[in-house]
Design a protein around this ligand. Structure first.
Ligand SMILES: NC(=O)C1=CN([C@@H]2O[C@H](COP(=O)(O)OP(=O)(O)OC[C@H]3O[C@@H](n4cnc5c(N)ncnc54)[C@H](O)[C@@H]3O)[C@@H](O)[C@H]2O)[C@H](O)CC1
Ligand code: K
Length: 460
């Protein structure tokens, strides 16, 4: 099993076909899927009554296998089947479940086997009502392969008022929807059931935690990395970014700003000299421009000047509103951009990109710009050179002002430490989420920044 690969629905069907070409049958795969799902449902139900909602396709077929396996274990199982099976495998599975479907049921555990990766359009009102009525009539809800009513490849909700689940059991491989908003927030716990699907040709994977290393015995502040954060009109954002950078591995962080900063901690060095001079420092390892920069002529000049110096650079916030194809340097491979959802759409327009879904948009922007793209949000998609990773969800408490500035600061620090833009972005997203977990509820950006060193320690 390849536990980190993420497949589109089409790639999943190809993977299943390769297994069938190798001697499996749809029925044998369904038996394995149903038995694996039944095991998790058995554990979760703890002897409570189970209702399985079966659809017409092979997801429904999984449901009949689940019902048969649970009944054989003495579980009280009912099946609701609004549409009769249409596939051979599902018809066989239903025949082997020697029970009679009921029209309605209310119990303790609800299992959604209405649709999986074969959903082709929004649910009809009748089916959507059946699904939500049954889900609401049960205290615990399990989705098999996917919650019904969602787009497997984009994570989009095809219907309104779809239920939330306590557990989603992915079959064979993760699908994009398991990790993309908005449906990612409806999944509950996620578990992957092995169907024997090997490493395939997917361009998408679940991000894995980085391994960080501490400084060598002979390191000094310059060898650990000098980061430059460029301030602008709203200096608070750059101060937050610089403070986050100082706690993320770089040996030396400078904040270039014409303003005075009495509250700037002494461990960030404030400079107010010439931008060209600061960028020309041979000891400089990484630059961040954008947080609080502003979008006027001076800001445009600053972004163009930074990009003209070919340094490892993070472009965030206002710099992304200024970025255009004309500004992309000849070698963009050392540039990381960190757009949120709105900035991603704006950049796609600026680069003439029309794609559906965050993953496709990030991959296309990375290809068009040659830069590394961290499409940030509750679901972080990192795209570069035709490959993309999705990071597991971070605490929702990150939805507060300044956390984006902190993320950019962490990424800049990691690039100053010598990490590539992709590695720095992965480290930043992972450390950012861990710092949020450590900071507990209700934290501010400063509280998050204070937790960064301990968060980094989790990956040393
Ligand atoms: N393929 C395999 O080897 C295995 C698949 N597994 C499970 O099967 C589903 C995918 O099965 P598939 O039949 O392709 O899709 P669905 O079960 O989701 O149902 C598609 C079925 O429903 C019809 N349909 C589509 N959209 C709608 C709609 N909005 N309203 C009504 N009907 C709709 C469509 O015409 C098809 O007939 C996968 O997720 C796994 O759960 C097994 O687990 C392993 C073997
Ligand atoms: K389902």
């Amino acid at each position: 099993m390849a536990p980190n690969q993420i497949l589109t629905a089409a790639q999943m069907r190809s993977a299943e076909q390769r297994l069938i070409d190798g001697g499996e049958t749809v029925e044998s795969l369904m038996e394995r899927a149903g038995a694996g799902a039944a095991e998790w449902i058995w554990r979760l139900s703890g002897g409570r009554a189970v209702t399985v909602l079966c659809g017409p396709g092979n997801n429904g077929g999984d449901g009949y296998v689940i019902a048969r396996v649970l009944a054989a274990r003495g579980c009280d199982v009912q099946v609701v089947a609004p549409i009769a099976p249409v596939t051979d495998a599902a018809t066989t599975a239903r025949a082997r479940w020697n029970g009679t479907p009921v029209q309605r049921a209310s119990g303790e555990v609800f299992v959604d086997c209405l649709f999986g990766t074969g959903l082709a359009r929004p649910l009809s009102d009748d089916l959507a009502h059946s699904l939500s009525d049954l889900a609401l009539a049960h205290e615990t809800r399990v989705a098999v392969d996917l919650p019904s009513g969602v787009h497997s490849d984009t994570g989009a909700l095809l219907n309104d008022h779809l239920p939330d689940y306590d557990l989603t059991l992915a079959l064979g491989a993760w699908k994009c929807a398991h990790w993309l908003m908005p449906v990612s927030a409806k999944m509950g716990e996620r578990r992957l059931i092995d169907l024997g699907v090997g490493e395939g040709s997917s361009d998408l994977a679940l991000a894995q935690p980085p391994r960080l290393r501490g400084p060598a015995a002979d390191e000094h502040k310059y060898s650990r990395g000098l980061a430059l954060v460029i301030g602008g009109e709203m200096i608070g954002a750059a101060v937050l970014a610089a403070r986050a950078a100082q706690h993320s591995g770089a040996g030396y962080v400078k904040l270039l700003s014409e303003h005075s900063h009495p509250d700037l901690p002494a461990d960030v060095v404030h400079i107010d000299g010439d931008l060209e001079e600061a960028l020309a420092d041979e000891r400089l390892n990484a630059v961040l421009v954008g947080p609080g920069l502003g979008r006027g002529d001076l800001a445009r000049h600053v972004v163009a000047t930074v990009l003209g110096h070919d340094r490892p650079t993070v472009l965030d916030a206002d710099a992304l509103a200024i970025l255009s194809p004309e500004l992309v340097p000849s070698d963009p491979s050392r540039i990381l951009i960190t757009p949120h959802a709105g900035e991603l759409l704006t950049l796609c327009k600026a680069f003439g990109i029309v794609r559906e879904g965050k993953v496709e948009q990030a991959l296309a922007l990375a290809e068009a710009s040659g830069m590394t793209v961290l499409a940030k949000g509750p679901d972080n998609v990192l795209a570069a050179a035709g490959k993309a990773t999705i990071s597991p969800p971070a605490p929702q408490w990150l939805s507060t002002a300044g956390t984006g500035d902190a993320l950019a600061g962490i990424a800049t620090s990691r690039m100053a430490c010598g990490e590539t833009p992709s590695a720095a972005a992965l480290t930043a997203v992972t450390v950012h989420a861990e710092a949020a977990r450590l900071a507990g509820p209700m934290f501010s950006a400063s509280g998050l920044i204070a937790s960064i060193p301990e968060a980094c320690g989790s990956f040393l």
